[in-house]
Design a protein around this ligand. Sequence first.
Ligand code: FAD
Ligand code: FES
Length: 590
Amino acid sequence: MATLTAVNVGMPKDVPWHGRTVYTGVYKQTVTGPRMVRRLNIDGDGQGDLGGHGGEQRAVLVYQLDSYRHWAKELGRDDLEPGNFGENFTVDGLPDDEVCIGDRYRIGGALFEVTQPRVTCYRVGLRMGEPQMAALLVAHHRPGFYLRVIEEGEVEAGQEIVKAASGPEAMTVEEIDRVLYLPGHTREQVERALRIPALSPGWQASMRTLLDQGDGEAAGASGSAGLNPAATAPPPGWPGFRPLAVTGIRAESRSVFSLNLAADDGADLPPALPGQFLTVKVQPAGDAPPLIRSYSLSGEPGAATYRISVKVEPHGAASNELHAHIRVGDRLQAAAPRGTFCLAEGDNPVVLLSAGIGVTPVLAMLHALTRDRSTRQVWWLHGARNSAEHPFARESRELVAALPHGRATVFYSSPAPTDRLGVDYEQASRLSADRIPALGLPTDADAYLCGPTGFMDSVTAALVDSGLDAARVHTEMFGAGASLTPGIKGDKAAPAPHQPTGPAGTGPTVSFARSGLTVPWNDAQDSLLELAEACDVPVQWSCRTGVCHTCELALMSGSVEYSPDPVEPPADGNILICCSKPADGIVLDL
Ligand SMILES: Cc1cc2nc3c(=O)[nH]c(=O)nc-3n(C[C@H](O)[C@H](O)[C@H](O)COP(=O)(O)OP(=O)(O)OC[C@H]3O[C@@H](n4cnc5c(N)ncnc54)[C@H](O)[C@@H]3O)c2cc1C
Ligand code: FES
């Protein structure tokens, strides 16, 4: 018979951590007497970061006494008390390898349903004083699990836990945790998980991605797509940087020019996916270190050569250097194409939406659709200032015209007197969010957006308001991505990326390609993630100990050493920055 041993609650509070403040509800105190359990919380309980914890699907966290005994022995701790793992219910019985997703349990006056394993997050490590706890919980197959409250009611320590129903598919908490976080799951396991209606929507989405990746694996993808979409791309076409010969230079508009790049030996270059980008080293005159910049491939994917198209930015170091000095016959050091902003296969409509130089990755997608004689509905929507600032005007019109179901709407915000309405452009306005509803876009479309951040944010919201599925709106940022720092209080806006303060490191160089920053490694940092944070380079993380893959990203060149080793290795060509240090000079897609 299983028993509720302790009921633990706590409201979120500010906790100092690594010089920052974390707002967290992981600190729980055991309470006596009856407690009301409601749909979202036990009375007196709360979560600090509702993005990762809490809500209807994760209302009550459960952990077992047997696991307490395991960790006391494993960690040599005699100070562990109920609530230390951030759980609401400490229970005797209900082990993770017996409790199944969808099982229902009655405790006191309330009825519960098991929805998912615990989320892997650094805060349990913070609470326990064991930074690697999130990874250990997965590696030792003892995550604990969340309950949804089906019937609200009072509960009290000492009450019996009565099983009211068994979940379909008999998939235990331990098994599904292993499917997502550890190597070696089968398609059958993922399909079983997806047949459990009680599985939380978040985990269902991860399982669906794993299923899709099954097909991707056939195309060479590696790593766990259920944890990070960065794992969905096939491995890079070559390691590190290699020289590519400039075989052509062409002006595309007043401020944009294209470079054609070919293999030094004249062989075909490895095919890139439509939407991927190339990272190049631009060598300024003198002894200055190379500038590392990324450029989306704008030509036909699968062609023997690559084309990149560069906008000359006022005061932009690399774009002006290239514009002023690059010549046919020169060599440019380039890392293999990478990126997950790629045209997905399907027969539903495609909306390709861009502003300014954001045209490049979606132009490659348009090329791919035309090359494949796609019968999909294709909407080409592009915003430019006027014809002088409209690269690929003719090329894109011809590509759209070659599609049986293609249509183009070009927006000029400031048409020149000679620009022809209906020929050069369709609408004399910006391509902004308020234009979207009138376009009548098909709601079952996949949309691909590239342009300035504000444009993408507002247009994404408008597309979703118009009925498109948010999961089908894909965006590409031409710069550092958004950060994801769960629970960290952001009192002030982060400064632009900079050299770390304090004495300079003496280790190998670490280049953050998207941030345009190169710094020497400093052994004062425990990981590349910590170095990035010291430089205010935007980063994404959750567990900080190699299990959740939130920090997974592409390593363009060089190699790293891990400590601790990731629970599941990242995809080929990617690394986890939270548990790695550079082994030699490296370039990161960060
Ligand atoms: C995945 C990805 C794909 C990309 N694809 C493309 C692409 O297809 N085409 C493309 O053109 N770019 C693309 N970019 C952007 C590209 O990598 C560079 O960031 C861009 O070319 C600017 O680099 P830069 O060295 O010229 O400018 P930087 O010197 O890095 O300057 C960055 C910005 O700061 C401004 N700035 C710099 N110094 C000053 C100053 N003193 N005063 C005022 N302003 C200043 C510049 O105008 C510029 O806008 C992409 C980026 C990513 C991450
Ligand atoms: S933050 Fe979880 S693996 Fe790096």
